[in-house]
Design a protein around this ligand. Structure first.
Ligand SMILES: Nc1ncnc2c1ncn2[C@@H]1O[C@H](COP(=O)(O)OP(=O)(O)OP(=O)(O)O)[C@@H](O)[C@H]1O
Ligand SMILES: [Mg+2]
Length: 335
């Protein structure tokens, strides 16, 4: 065991390129050990974790540390695939395959040939798309839309989701056979609140990233650090990155992020050990649930209201009350 551990550590320290990845928590190190092991193989990896925990980042690290590194890394956002375009998007089409197909086009599988295909948000696919995908994954061959020729591809599959696929499979929303194919090697990214050791590493690296002058990195005051450490981070690393980006603008030429540059609800939720009234606790919970709902919908107020069972009007009133700005939650995710 000890020998094996030493060997792994050596792999991570010396050969494993971690790119822009930041953090030193034990949880993250354990993940990296797993990732370093699986990267070198051709195994399908299912990356799980709440929104904003770094799933996409891990996927690109796996590719970058694999033998396929020099080959294409192609991403498919499964949630954004409109039903009618799925096949053409994944498998491509020949000229004239359908109205508007004025020229032939490669699908994502063909583009990824020799490299890696990253199926992002894999839990958000319709059942019929799941069936189509399963076939290619099993047989490694497919036809372009409107084409008779069967194409063979050599593609490594990585997938990511923030959904509970087991539950979805039980409820008949996710195909069991596809689930087994994808979850050969599951990697679970813990939420940021479970790896507090990484919070300041990340905050400082983002402060540096958003500094107008790289030679003069923006600092974070100890009071502001305390707030960052105390927060629960429902939106995980993306939420942290957004707040630091905003604070980096607000702090101006001083170049120091203070408490007042951080969102107000970060300040309200800290526990100073004083006994709280029921009203305070309810308000703080309400604020947090609203923030979480906004985070999970990428700042979409209508959707977040629906999740919470609120009318849009009530939602808006509460957002005003708690000074919650939906724009802070807009994800940088592409549509
Ligand atoms: N360990 C890390 N070090 C530095 N930056 C990170 C780390 N993990 C994630 N990030 C950054 O945080 C942001 C969110 O990460 P990413 O997009 O990989 O998360 P995700 O799990 O795919 O989120 P979602 O489920 O919302 O798609 C990105 O800007 C990414 O670069
Ligand atoms: Mg993602």
């Amino acid at each position: 065991m000890i020998e094996e551990n030493r060997r792994l550590q050596a792999i991570i320290n010396q050969n494993f390129k971690i790119g822009q990845l930041v953090g030193h928590s034990n949880a993250l190190r354990n993940i990296l050990e797993e990732v370093a092991q699986v990267a070198a193989t051709n195994a399908t990896v299912l990356i799980r974790g709440e929104s904003g925990t770094g799933k996409e980042m891990i996927a690109s690290l796996i590719h970058a540390n694999s033998q396929r590194a020099g080959q294409p890394f192609i991403k498919v956002n499964c949630a954004a695939l409109p039903e009618g375009l799925v096949e053409s998007e994944l498998f491509g089409h020949e000229r004239g395959a359908f109205t508007g197909a004025v020229s032939g086009r490669k699908g994502r599988f063909e583009m990824a040939h020799g490299g890696t295909l990253f199926l992002d948000e894999v839990g958000d696919m319709s059942l019929s798309t799941q069936a189509k995908l399963l076939r290619v994954i099993q047989e490694k061959e497919f036809e372009r839309l409107g084409g008779g020729e069967t194409l063979k591809v050599d593609v490594r599959i990585l997938a990511a989701t923030n959904r509970d696929l087991e539950k979805m499979a039980e409820d008949g929303q996710f195909r069991m056979d596809l689930y087994y194919r994808l979850s050969v090697f599951p990697v679970s990214l813990p939420p940021l609140r479970k790896r507090a050791d990484d919070i300041m590493d990340l905050a400082e690296s983002f402060a540096q990233k958003f500094s107008p002058q790289p030679s003069r990195p923006i600092q974070i005051s100890s009071e502001a650090s305390r707030l960052l450490m105390a927060y629960e981070w429902p939106g995980n690393i993306r939420e942290l990155e957004n707040y630091i980006e905003r604070a980096a603008v607000l702090c101006g030429p001083e170049g120091v992020i203070e408490e007042r540059h951080l969102p107000t609800w970060l300040q309200a939720q800290q526990d100073d050990g004083e006994p709280r009234t029921l009203d305070d606790s309810v308000a703080s919970l309400e604020k947090r649930l609203i923030s979480e709902a906004l985070e999970s919908t990428g700042g979409h107020v209508t959707q977040a209201a629906a999740k919470l069972g609120l009318t849009e009007r009530k939602m808006s009133l509460r957002m005003v009350k708690y000074k919650i700005d939906f724009r802070t939650f807009r994800s940088k995710r592409q549509p």
